[in-house]
Design a protein around this ligand. Sequence first.
Ligand code: NOJ
Length: 534
Amino acid sequence: MAAPDSQRTDDWWRDAVIYQVYPRSFADGDGDGTGDLAGVRARLPHLAELGVDAVWFTPWYVSPLVDGGYDVADYRTIDPAFGTLGEAEKLIAEARELGIRTIVDIVPNHVSDQHAWFRAALEAGPGSPERERFHFRPGRGEHGELPPNDWPSQFSGRTWTRVPDGEWYLHLFTPEQPDLNWAHPEVRREHEDVLRFWFERGVAGVRIDSAALLAKDPALADFVEGVDPHPYIDQDELHDIYRSWRRVADEFGGVFVGEVWLPDAERFARYLRPDELHTAFNFNFLSCPWQADRLRRTIDDTLAEHAPVGAPATWVLCNHDVTRTVTRYGREDTGFDFAKKAFGTPTDLALGTRRARAAALLTLALPGSVYLYQGEELGLPEADIPRERIQDPMHFRSGGVDPGRDGCRVPLPWAADAPYCGFGSETEPWLPQPEGWAAYAADRQSADPASMLSLYREALRLRRSTEGFGDGPLDWLPAPEGVLAFRRAGGTVCVVNLSAAPVDLPAHRAVLLVSGALDGSGRLPADTAVWLRA
Ligand code: NOJ
């Protein structure tokens, strides 16, 4: 397959389609029930045929997997469950030969409690230089029995844990993920070295985990609702950190994508100034309900906030932390909100799938880059994981109220008739595949022109071969209520019908692709999208 044009230029990332691989659940090469790098290498042809420009791997480093690998014990070594560094290097090179770049995931806010630095800090005791790389403090209360402050956790529960010598340490996530002290020069130096380590191994980009959380209010003062700045979100010091990261990336031509959950558009865009991060995930779009006016506003706000800093937008429908798209769009409340996750929320999967197909064409027609989470191209629904099989700490820390994120992390179905749907395991995979999973298998969908997989393949093919997609201007066209219609520079028009009734199409010369089928009178049915040549 020929490398797409965007692969040959330095600014490939401005309009790339980037596929997210969650290695544990992508494909199992050695049969032990856990996905691995051998599995990814064997499935690279799937990614090439899909036509993606890059792959982002969620963490593949040595980790006790308390938080699915976001608890890193060693940033320079691949977890033996996934493979070896040599294999990762081969994978990076083999993908590149197929025109696919690699993005790795760096987790700078915290390490695993098994990381050498944290073990040394525990051993060295209060007042030691080893503890200064973290946030250790005495407790409050008469005997230091109360945590040093009242910060709310990102994962419900406390943000402080007491160690046997009486001091407490800060962790915005689980106790097994102690937060680093980013005011410490060694912490900064170490991460810049880690960036170099991976860029030297040929990776094209780095995804930055929890990118807006690293810097903390030096006083570690209590959180006061509504008072700015927040003591640990979006502190101004972060920008200096990312400016020096940018200098490292520029040595290699590498790029960043930040995980920045910030609803404030102006604050968000500050991370994308020309000497900071190249891009950041668009979580406002991901969270937006399936409603024309809300989506239109989110798209307009996104484009308006990115324009002054010259950064391309990103379009994201799903990732390893959120509810699968077909499930979310089939619910009464089609928006995404961590706080609203609950067991047993009803969904209409046929409706959700129709909308997810339309959303795929919408997303791929917008200006900028697109992130595609593994399994979205198969239209996988969110799985109900039996309670006794749940592994996600978000579930446990919520006292069992939040179902957690395992439902979107189920091992992929590759072959309908093979054991465990061709995931590759000879033993039960680490998360159970629900009944009916075989119907989504890639081999079955590959042969079906009406499948989600065929839709994605065709959309990506057209997106690459048609002038004016990706980065560039977007012009809204007049449209009835509940309908989004816009034209891209090359003359392609995208119409998405979010109203309840079929609508007439604008004048056009050809229909390039429809997410469903036009009705007998050539009208666009509800919850359907079309690409037209005007
Ligand atoms: C965001 C990651 O996407 C999520 O999976 C993880 O639990 C947290 N950051 C903590 O690293």
